[in-house]
Design a protein around this ligand. Structure first.
Ligand code: WT7
Length: 635
């Protein structure tokens, strides 16, 4: 028997050792015993971090939807697969069984086929958190189309950039979305974005808000009438283990967003196995991850991981503050949630509100509470532990990335003793390394360095869509034969890891990964702006907020500064989305630059964080005089 379910610390260590000594043997056993294959692999793993190239289960044939749906039908057909909780608490929740989900996925897959979508085509999905979103992912996977979900909070411009980068021929969207007391006209955003996307042939529109929309003749079609007449069954397409399953964009420190490509078999095996163990999921449990499916957390731990285990997974359409700040806890009580997974930014926002909002609900169903997306600070950890976990449900602080596909460092609840702010131990099969600035591995404990991974795991992203060189440069060039995460970490006396944050120009705001370059590009497009630099500074709810230093052109000098700030934020909202807005904007005469022209962000970060006692070495600056000016006028 393989070690699919780990129950004791001893067992963890023993299985971990096995997974490191013989990774191929270990993953082969897991894959063999817990999934349906139409054909087994010829080779478990081939890899070369220099090329870089990683292949798992080469030669195997499967379809991930058969593993997420069909194989559960005989034993769990009437079990709830997706439990949909609408934005409005007075609208009834929907319990979608495995039988029903199977049927809905097949119907939509048939619609996609009838509109000319073929295996390997890219389909962009821009939907709110409604069941059709999960159904769309699975419908694409059913026919071998590659889905590219774009979070429905992104702007028209961000949407069109992503559609064009991967040449999507279809977009699935809705008329609008409900978020708290707001209704957002999504179709309007799509129409605007598509002005720049000549490759999109078809737009399928799901009706959700009944908002009036313009339907473009020959391009736009309502989804529901097509679903109603579609066949309710469809044989799944036969996929290779290494066929792409999806593309998901993430911000880089420079340039365009990166379309991370995840493939089929390894992603399935790893997300399923981590889901089972990190959440200790048992057959009758009701599991809820509050993330949006527009992010990797939703792909792996709302859709694929849970469904591959035949779990009941909750999808929540709304926001934590509507109709009041007790909404999350009301849902936990209502659906007797057993595992709850959210982000530190949500925890901090809720911790600011009256305790009554959490105290008045019965949270006794909870067994495991999770955190993901950024380091969880000590105060938030304790609030979560005391008031949500009520000191009996362990907190799992799960560290991972869009690129890793699945959870990499995490406690296993009831197995690994937790320590506040520590992601603790590597998951089975994961071999972390801390590196120093000279490229050497730092051995031993009580050390800190840059976090790398030494050996491939099944769900590592295989490339960046259309740009393999960038994949190599970003992840495999900093350290030889290592995957570089971009994060710093420390390892304590017992070998527990604590993630200290990004070491590159990526800033995590409210758990969203934002690159500085695209935001600066957007600011610089304002006619009055000459140049800009943005940095993060600590914020008690968002974790980090953005601080922009802006040099104006002469024409900007006479303008009303408050209006200019509004215009800059408006521009960012339109080009990227409201999540990238700046909290503070300081107009400056110049930016501290090195002789090679590189902005010294370290100094700007210190000024933004009001930590100017020691600015470090400024001797290499070309223009040291601007530093004093910036400090004197800091916000
Ligand atoms: C970056 C990846 C993984 C899904 C959501 C974010 C940071 C993520 C933690 C954690 C400290 C964390 C890292 C990482 N991060 N989880 N538990 N503790 N930092 O995915 O948008 O690809 O961002 O989020 O800095 O590199 P992502």
């Amino acid at each position: 028997m393989s070690n699919y379910h780990i129950k004791h610390l001893e067992e963890y260590f023993q299985v971990y050792r096995k997974s490191v000594r013989n990774p191929e043997g270990f993953w082969e056993e897991i894959a063999e015993e817990h999934f349906n294959w139409r054909k087994k692999w010829n080779k478990v793993l081939s890899w070369d971090f220099d090329k870089p190239e990683v292949k798992w289960f080469e030669g195997a044939k499967l379809n991930i939807t058969e593993n997420c749906l069909d194989r559960h039908i005989p034993t769990r057909g009437n079990k709830t697969a997706i439990l949909f909780e609408p934005n409005n608490p007075n609208e009834e929740a929907q319990h979608i069984t495995y039988n029903e989900l199977h049927e809905r996925v097949c119907r939509m897959a048939n619609v996609l086929l009838s509109k000319g979508v073929k295996k390997g085509d890219r389909v962009c999905i821009y939907l709110p958190m409604i069941p059709e979103l999960a159904v769309s992912l699975l419908a694409c996977a059913r026919i071998g189309a590659i889905h590219s979900v774009v979070f429905a909070g992104f702007s028209a411009n961000a949407l069109s950039t992503r559609i064009n980068d991967s040449d999507c021929k279809m977009v699935i969207c809705s008329d609008g979305s409900f978020r708290g007391n707001k209704t957002i006209d999504l179709k309007v955003i799509v129409d605007k974005g598509l002005e720049d996307c000549p490759g999109v042939e078809t737009v399928l529109v799901v009706k959700r808000t009944n908002t009036e929309v313009t339907m473009k003749e020959g391009r736009d079609l309502w989804m529901h009438p097509l679903l109603d007449v579609a066949e309710s069954n469809l044989e799944a397409e036969l996929m290779d283990a290494e066929d792409p399953l999806f593309i998901l964009y993430t911000s880089g420190s420079t340039g365009q967003p990166k379309g991370m490509v995840h493939t089929t078999a390894g992603y399935m095996v790893y997300t399923a196995y981590t889901f089972k163990n990190a959440f200790q999921y048992k057959e009758e449990d009701v599991y809820w991850c509050t993330a949006d499916i527009g992010w990797i957390t939703g792909h792996s731990y709302i859709v694929y991981g849970p469904l591959a285990n035949g779990a009941t997974t909750v999808m929540f359409e709304g926001v934590p503050s509507y109709p009041d700040y007790g909404r999350f806890w009301q849902i936990v009580e209502k659906h007797k949630i057993n595992q709850f997974y959210t982000a530190p930014t949500a925890i901090r926002a809720l911790a600011k509100e009256k305790l009554e909002f959490v105290e008045k609900y019965d949270l006794s169903s909870l067994k495991v509470i999770g955190s993901v997306g950024e380091p969880i600070n000590e105060e938030a950890w304790h609030w979560y532990n005391n008031n949500v976990g009520r000191k009996k449900s362990p907190i799992i602080d799960t560290w991972w990335q869009t690129e890793t596909g699945g959870i990499m460092i995490t406690p296993i609840p009831y197995v690994t003793p937790t320590t506040p702010t520590y992601a603790t131990l590597p998951f089975i099969g994961i071999q972390p390394a801390l590196m120093d600035e000279n490229g050497k591995e730092i051995e031993g404990n009580q050390v800190d360095g840059r976090l790398c991974i030494k050996f491939p795991w099944p769900s590592i992203a295989r490339t960046i869509w259309g740009n393999h060189q960038r994949y190599k440069d970003t992840y495999f060039s900093a350290y030889k034969n290592m995957y570089f995460t971009g994060d710093g970490a420390l390892r304590d006396a017992v070998g527990y890891y604590r993630i200290t944050g990004r070491v590159d120009d990526v800033i995590i705001v409210s758990g969203h990964n934002l690159g500085t370059a695209p935001i600066e590009d957007s600011i610089n497009e304002h006619p009055a702006v000459a140049e800009s630099a943005i940095v993060g500074f600590p914020h008690d709810v968002k974790g980090n907020a953005l601080y922009g230093y802006v040099i104006l052109k002469e024409m900007g000098e006479d303008r009303n500064k408050e209006n200019l700030k509004k215009e800059i934020n408006q521009q960012i909202t339109e080009q990227i989305g409201p999540i990238a807005k700046l909290d503070k904007i300081q107009f400056v005469p110049g930016l501290p630059k090195t002789r090679s022209g590189k902005i010294m962000r370290r100094i700007l970060r210190k000024i933004a964080s009001k930590d100017t006692s020691n600015l470090g070495d400024t001797s290499t600056l070309l223009n040291p005089e601007v530093v004093q000016d910036i400090m004197d006028n800091a916000l």
